[in-house]
Ligand binder design. Structure first.
Ligand code: ZN
Length: 281
């Protein structure tokens, strides 16, 4: 369906890259939001009335650094429900980005569908997919997934995607105020998971926000109170969502949503007093 889409944010370059996609029943996606509630929002459903769920990553090129934000489903994902096999690495290549070019792998959070391509199997062993990169994770997020006790099933496949990065001494654990380059910084947007962050690019008077799962679908620009059942703290996730959307609209910032149908990039605009999303053209 998609492959990659490139835009400029001031001097920085931003690439949306598809890994794969699925369709979902819109009547069960958001907690307590039935099919009827979608009547005003048919534009976000496909011809069969289904919600497209993209799985996508972003690459930022800024000040000589190549940064990959989230690593998608990975080669070990269950392909039976996917519309296409996970293709992040193919799409990186199409975009002219080598896995060896990546200096930083940044995570919005550590769910399985954001960490899958951290490693690849080679010669019967797991290797780091991005051999020259530091993998950067928020302290709060790592602490949560490593703390004792029962965890939701959508966490990272720890032995496959986190342990090898730690063993190679490539995991960099950072705080809320993380700055990746003079143009790229973390913006805490907790709620979906405890240490969830978004990333802001600011360059040459322009800005963009990589939303992670703080905003899952374009319809949430109009209905910020709608949250998927897997938001761990819906009160906090809704607060984060409102905050980042307000800020983005104020800045006229580009929005990048990895689960928005490809190409996953657009703007918050207000039409007839209601906020909505417009894809880049
Ligand atoms: Zn996700």
């Amino acid at each position: 369906m998609g492959s990659f889409h490139k835009v400029n944010v001031g001097e920085a370059e931003l690439f949306a890259l598809q890994d794969s996609w699925v369709t979902r029943d819109p009547g069960t996606f958001f907690a307590g939001v039935g099919r009827d509630a979608w009547d005003p929002y048919r534009e976000w459903l496909d011809d069969d009335g289904l919600l497209v769920q993209n799985y996508g990553s972003f690459v930022i090129r800024s000040e000589g650094k190549t940064m990959l934000v989230d690593t998608g489903l990975g080669e070990a994902a269950d392909r039976s429900v996917l519309k296409e096999p996970p293709s992040l690495l193919v799409n990186l290549e199409r975009a002219g980005i080598l896995t060896t070019d990546v200096n930083l792998v940044l995570f919005t959070h550590l769910h399985w569908d954001h960490t899958g391509w951290n490693t690849i199997g080679q010669d019967g062993a797991l290797q780091l997919t991005f051999p020259n990169a530091q993998y950067v994770v928020q302290q709060k997020e790592l602490d949560y997934w490593m703390s004792p006790g029962e965890k939701p099933a959508n966490g990272p496949a720890f032995d496959r995607v986190v342990a090898p990065v730690m063993a190679a001494d490539r995991l960099e654990v950072v705080g809320d105020d993380y700055i990746a380059s003079g143009e790229v910084s973390a913006v805490p947007t907790p709620g979906h998971t405890p240490g969830h962050v978004s990333f802001r690019i600011a360059s040459g008077g322009e800005s963009a926000f990589i939303l992670g799962d703080s905003v899952h679908k374009p319809v949430q620009l109009s209905e910020p109170g709608w949250y998927p059942g897997f938001d761990m703290d819906p009160v906090e996730s809704t607060k984060s969502r409102r905050m980042i959307l307000d800020r983005a609209e104020r800045e006229n910032a580009l929005l990048a949503g990895g689960h928005f149908a490809f190409p996953s990039l657009g703007y918050a605009v207000t039409v007839d007093g209601k906020r909505t999303f417009r894809y880049v053209t």
